[in-house]
Design a protein around this ligand. Sequence first.
Ligand code: AMP
Ligand code: MG
Length: 495
Amino acid sequence: MTQPNINADFNFNNSYAEQLEGFYVPFVGDQAPNPELLRLNHALVESLGLDIKDLSVDDIAAIFSGGIELKGSRPLAQVYAGHQFGGFSPRLGDGRALLLGEVIDKNGERFDIHLKGSGRTPYSRGGDGKAVVGPVLREYILGEAMFALNVPTTRALAAISTGEQVFREGMSPGAVLARVASSHIRVGTFEYFASQNETGKVKQLADYTIQRHFSELQGSKDCYLMLVRAVCKRQAELLARWMCVGFVHGVMNTDNMTISGETIDYGPCAFIDTYDSRAVFSSIDHQGRYAYGSQPQIAQWNLARLAESLLPLINEDSEEAVKLATAELNTFSEQYQSSWLAGMRAKLGLASEEKDDLNLVIDLHKAMQGENVDFTLLFRGLSSAIDGETSTVRSLFDKPDSFDQWFVSWSERLSRDSLKNCERIHLMNSVNPIYIPRNHKVEEALNAAEKDSNFAPFERLMSVLSKPFEQREGLEEYALPAPKDFGPYKTFCGT
Ligand code: AMP
Ligand code: MG
């Protein structure tokens, strides 16, 4: 196929390609037979400063589906390894993805522009290198919902259908997602070189990572140990945010954990509806390894794999290195707890801190467990209950006895907090969303788009989720739990 002549200049500035030779293979994506733009994230285009004013919709679709030579772009597939469900895969890498290049946004921050579904690469193993419309739009919805909920995340830049049919369970329409991330350096990127005893390469990657994400550590004597500490802190904050909004990632393999602390790779993820610490949605997570309540421990387990990879840089004496790294890893639980507690205090409308707050929060979770209580509606409803109108929140519980007891303790605690009621309601409603991507609404939007090419439900859902804290008239159905006949929800990796 001939290259369309597209004159685009995104001012690429490619530090990974330039500084990390040997960490990727240069590779060009497939040219899509009939690329069509399904959605473009205009706000993100604007904030990245991408000049698209002279580009047609068709040009944009062609650019973000791959296979186009773009000025300044050095497309490449990154190599990484990963622990998948606890077992080590020594070589994964971008099997259906490409880094198009990096851009510097309007605030001077560096971002990767990355394509997912752009064709086979040397890391594809048995896969076809493709993605399909449903999972691409799913990543679009979930990622943008997380962004609006103030959770650090990679973001969707564009979704393009390729005009190709891709074989999954049957034939499905092919698609590419263009996404943006602070970087695509993963725990698994370090594991790849460490497992091959390439200490020089691990050091090169660590130095690059520090320069790109933790520049405050540059020049510090213990910078590699401090890197472990800094990544633990970012992940602890991220996990606390996931837990506070009820997000289940579903496939927290080490290749799906970024060093930057952004949520990445929205595959079989979902938000909990009824609170259950054992909630699992992914059809392949049979043991519940990545259940909602297990996520913080899994994050720590993944971080241990990062620390292991860095051991030779931490200290020449391996025993000493293990001792130092373990001490850092042990800070994770405390960091996580303090971030989670801060998030939960805000959710409960507390501006002050008391020693017993942790117990208050834990008691609420105990009261929720086994009660089929809708997590999102409960927290949102609490702001209306502070004046004593408790019937709505009580009705969310099968048996509200434990909740009633808890409510007394919470009311007493509120009486010792300085906020006025109106300030408290404002605080609570700014952190307890009313609209989350409810599973039945996500499915409704994806079905209409995939089966009937009807994008109206998708567009409406995106608009609802863009302001998750602001109650709006006419959107009542988006705040409701799934109808009973929706049944238990299962998600698939979507590969
Ligand atoms: P994931 O679980 O989607 O993060 O992917 C795990 C690994 O499988 C990564 O190395 C992906 O690049 C690779 N992979 C997933 N789907 C495909 C596909 N359809 N073709 C080739 N590689 C894939
Ligand atoms: Mg992945």
